[in-house]
Write a protein that binds this ligand. Structure first.
Ligand SMILES: Nc1ncnc2c1ncn2[C@@H]1O[C@H](COP(=O)(O)OP(=O)(O)OP(=O)(O)O)[C@@H](O)[C@H]1O
Ligand SMILES: [Mg+2]
Length: 423
């Protein structure tokens, strides 16, 4: 069993997944609760966050019929930093061993990062052996010099610690802390897209999280602190209606392309206090929403241009997360980015598809996929270790046996010598 916990700005989702014999994932439990103690992806109230996590976990335990002891958790927020780094080492025995790969990754990590940041991921992009580039798996290859390009992701130590603290306060352990858009990429992108070059944008409630993939590896990550909450705020201000009504109107009637909304469609808007409700056209609502979506997309495009990846993503943009559910969101994105855009729903797990086939579940399903891959790697390295141990035990046994036959021969020799001396 693997458990993923997406602690988002608007909700906490807990998913329990079972890894089947063929390696595929089946979701067997879901728990979800609105998130009260988060703002723009970070914890601002420990007590409320603990309560939301507890409720979501209890619900998932009940559905899956199991006790949850530890979880893979997602982190996001503007405190996330990322950079590409490079390391070089000499290959020890002329053939690249696991130890050489570990050393080159260590060497690539040797970059100054601020003391208040904690490294979350070091993701190898490609290796070079002497003059040969673009190597994905260098193990066993011959060469003298091994180089590695890696993508390093760090987050503010305190922000990450607060998320861990909330989980520990619920009596749970942390299997891993995973960057939100890295998890969403696991569930929302195809291998072909990652290979060709693609940008994933997870537009949630508090942040829009960006991940650029190229040649099958993560090359750039960034967070834009504008998302669905701002759209709701705009509606609340423009229509002078309380936030909860604005949220309802947004989900029910809003559209990100004003050209798709008709003028003659009227919406009832509750007013603040005991004033009479008013009526506005769906087109007027769409104009408010379109401006904010355009701003979000422009900020993402600026980030892509600044980082130099705008021209390197032929597979285009993949949008996911709750805010991407808005009618016209993908069409507007195509207009702004001037490249192909698709809306993605998670599709890497079986079971409960009527619930989880929704962009809101991208991160939580991705956490399960990421966790199962990590568990598989740990399991296989454990197997390698136990095989090595077995080999060692067998050779010890052989040595013992050789030792015992050696001593039997010695005893026989001594006895023979003793008999001969008395004959
Ligand atoms: N049908 C819909 N149309 C437009 N927006 C929607 C729709 N359904 C949900 N949303 C919005 O999606 C947002 C929630 O998305 P999501 O669950 O991905 O965010 P989150 O993970 O909680 O937040 P974050 O990732 O920013 O921390 C909310 O702002 C909500 O209003
Ligand atoms: Mg999210």
């Amino acid at each position: 069993m693997i458990v993923g916990l997406d602690v988002g700005t608007s909700k906490v989702i807990c998913l329990v997944g079972e890894v089947l014999a063929d390696g595929s994932l089946e979701i067997v439990g879901i728990g979800s609760h609105s998130s009260k103690g988060m703002k723009r992806g970070v914890v601002i109230n420990i007590e409320s966050t603990v309560q939301s996590i507890q409720r979501a976990v209890e619900e998932a335990e009940l559905m899956a019929g199991c006790n949850i002891h530890s979880v893979y958790v997602s982190v996001a927020g503007s405190h996330i930093r990322s950079l590409n780094s490079h390391g070089i080492v000499a290959v020890k025995n002329g053939e690249v061993q696991k130890e050489d790969v570990d050393r080159v990754i260590d060497a690539a990590q040797a970059v100054p990062i601020s003391s208040d940041q904690r490294v979350l991921h070091i993701l190898p992009q490609e290796y070079h052996i002497d003059s040969q580039e673009g190597i994905k798996d260098p193990l066993g290859m011959s060469g003298v010099r091994l180089e590695a390009n890696v993508h390093m992701i760090s987050g503010a130590a305190n922000a990450v610690m607060n998320v861990e603290k909330c989980i520990k306060r619920c009596g749970l352990g942390v299997d891993g802390v995973i960057l939100s858009q890295l998890a969403s990429s696991e569930s929302s992108l195809s291998e072909d897209e990652k290979e060709l070059g693609v940008c994933l944008v997870d537009i949630g409630a508090g942040t829009s999280d960006i991940a650029v993939w190229l040649d099958g590896a993560l090359h750039h990550t960034a967070v834009v602190p504008v998302a669905g909450d701002q759209v709701t705020n705009d509606i609340s201000m423009a229509l002078r209606t309380p936030t909860q009504h604005a949220e309802e109107i947004k989900v029910k009637y809003a559209c990100a392309m004003s050209s798709q909304a008709t003028v003659d469609q009227a919406i009832q808007v509750p007013s603040v206090g005991d004033r009479q409700p008013r009526t506005i056209s769906r087109h007027a609502l769409a104009e408010v929403v379109e401006a904010r979506y355009e701003e979000i997309y422009n900020l993402i495009q600026d980030e892509l241009r600044r980082s130099g990846y705008a021209e390197r993503i032929p597979a285009g943009i993949v949008i996911t997360g709750g805010t991407s559910l808005m009618e016209g969101a993908a069409e507007l994105a195509e207009r702004v980015f001037d490249m192909p855009v698709r809306l993605s729903v998670p599709d890497c797990a079986k079971g409960m598809s009527d619930i989880v086939d929704n962009p809101i579940y991208s991160t939580s399903v991705g956490l399960l996929a990421y966790g199962s891959k990590e568990a598989e790697t740990t399991e296989s390295s454990k197997q390698v270790m136990s095989k090595t141990q077995n080999k060692r035990d067998t050779s010890l046994l052989v040595a013992k046996e050789t030792g015992s036959s050696f001593s039997a021969a010695k005893v026989w020799h001594n006895l023979k010598h003793w008999f001969q001396s008395y004959m």
